[in-house]
Design a protein around this ligand. Structure first.
Ligand code: CAA
Ligand code: NAD
Length: 281
């Protein structure tokens, strides 16, 4: 039974995961590298909860209780006693490996180490942790409070208790967990990202304007968001990181990242979070 959850990374995913865990009564400790990132994360959670109160989905007491369940820290050591830690930091394999190695040293033996990575094979993080049976993938979808799916990724080394506890936590969060085996990009991003990448090639080659491409996919295929709006929403740095993992790990040129995507990330155009991507925000 999970009662305490450590979340590392207070960005768009970490804040959302913290919110949904705190809302069902888990004690959450949210960790990031700068106070302003923690403040922004708490700001996002507060805004989401206020909207839910105004829509009478929850009452003021629910909101207060949820916020009371979230504490913040800049010290990784403060997470050492958590039942589970969910990592939601930048999609960079070396930075994540270092973090999993640190967590392996810091955490009590009972602590499950879960990663919300979009693409990096869980087995690599499991090995880095030095406690591979306790490592699992817990891949939430953005925006976390709204989207029902959680891919629960079982690495070869993940033991039954780690997998079952994580799967049950996703169910308790009122999500629909799906078992996925440990392949780069799992199911979701192996299918989704090549589509977003192809939409970027359409922009680069002048097939149509971004608005037109998004309209085709929204009205023609009933997607809730067009692929370029969705790429901006995910973050173009994250999209590029995912394509690079797919390209490298499958060693197949069909996953080559679109040069326009690379160029935009180099220019600091990261999508909604930086104020500009395929659209201006
Ligand atoms: N955070 C919290 N709640 C949000 C939100 C956010 N960022 N954005 C929208 N919502 C809520 C709204 O408040 C609204 O709630 P109510 O029902 O209480 O009114 C609800 O979601 C619907 O929002 P809207 O009516 O404003 O807009 P919409 O109908 O267009 O829905 C959407 C918004 C749910 C985001 C929808 O556009 C959608 O489903 N988009 C696609 C999202 C998607 O594909 N996500 C997966 C991305 S890939 C991924 O996550 C994996 C990865 O590793 C990259
Ligand atoms: P983000 O850029 O919004 O947030 C990342 C946060 O991690 C930042 O606040 C950053 O300061 C913090 N961070 C970086 N290194 C850290 C460290 N060593 N210790 C503590 N905090 C650190 O990114 P995001 O969109 O929330 O993505 C986070 C993770 O979730 C990535 O692995 C991403 O692939 C995955 N993911 C993203 C989406 C999406 O749609 N954006 C969906 C599912 C999964």
């Amino acid at each position: 039974m999970v009662s305490s959850v450590g979340i590392i990374g207070a960005g768009q995913m970490g804040a959302g995961i913290a919110q949904v865990c705190a809302a069902i009564g888990k004690k959450v400790i949210l960790c990031d590298i700068k106070q302003e990132f923690l403040d922004n994360g708490i700001g996002t959670i507060t805004k989401n909860l206020e909207r839910s109160v105004s829509k009478e989905r929850i009452n003021q007491d629910d909101m207060d209780n949820t916020l009371e369940n979230v504490s913040t820290t800049l010290e990784l050591n403060d997470l050492n006693n958590c039942d589970i830690i969910i990592e939601a930091i930048v999609e960079n394999i070396e930075i994540k490996k270092k973090l999993f190695s640190d967590l392996g040293h810091i955490c009590e033996e009972k602590t499950i180490l879960a990663s919300n990575t979009s693409s990096i094979p869980i087995g690599i993080l499991a090995e880095a942790s030095g406690r591979p049976t306790k490592v699992v993938g817990m891949h939430f979808m953005n925006p976390v409070p709204v989207m029902k799916l959680v891919e629960v990724i079982r690495a070869k080394s993940t033991n039954d208790d780690t997998f079952d506890t994580t799967f049950k936590l996703a169910e308790d969060l009122n999500k629909v967990p799906v078992l996925v085996n440990d392949f780069p990009g799992f199911v979701s991003n192996r299918i989704l990202l090549p589509m977003l990448n192809e939409a970027m090639f359409c922009v680069m080659e002048g097939v149509a304007e971004p608005e037109a491409i998004d309209t085709v996919m929204k009205l023609g295929m009933s997607h809730p968001m067009g692929p370029l709006t969705l790429a901006d929403f995910i973050g173009l740095d994250t999209c590029l990181a995912i394509m690079e993992v797919l390209h490298r790990d499958f060693n197949d040129n069909k996953y080559r990242p679109c040069p326009l995507l690379k160029e935009m990330v180099e220019q600091g155009k990261l999508g909604k979070k930086s104020g500009e991507g395929f659209y201006k925000y």
